[in-house]
Design a protein around this ligand. Structure first.
Ligand code: ZN
Length: 113
């Protein structure tokens, strides 16, 4: 093998390695993904979806109505509510910073911080 080809191969190898490392950093998920659960204008919970464990949080209004917030596989949604319109349940998983999950009758908001 002649010297120029060796250098070419080494350079190509280094560039390839840099590309792999670079891709790794670019594709890394966000450090944290904070969501807030708000009831009556008061932040009850702040959670980091990036490492929150699967769980259910049951919110109760002063009138005894409930919303069940489910955190599963890094997503958050209102899985059950006894509000009349069910808009919050139908909203599904929270995915947009500009589109919070709102339960108007129970004054509950689930949103990205
Ligand atoms: Zn609702």
């Amino acid at each position: 093998m002649t010297k120029p080809i060796k250098i070419l191969l080494l350079t190509a190898g280094a560039v390839f390695l840099l590309a792999v490392v670079g891709t790794f950093f670019v594709l890394r998920p966000a450090e944290e993904q904070l969501v807030e659960i708000v009831q009556d204008g008061e932040v009850l919970y702040t959670l980091d979806l990036a490492d929150a464990k699967d769980q259910e949080i049951i919110l109760t209004t002063p009138e005894g109505k409930t919303n069940t917030v489910t955190i599963e596989d890094g997503t958050i949604r209102i899985s059950h509510a006894d509000c009349p319109d069910q808009t919050c349940v139908k909203s599904g998983v929270l995915y947009s910073e500009s589109l919070p999950i709102v339960c108007l009758p129970h004054r509950v908001i689930v949103r990205f911080r």
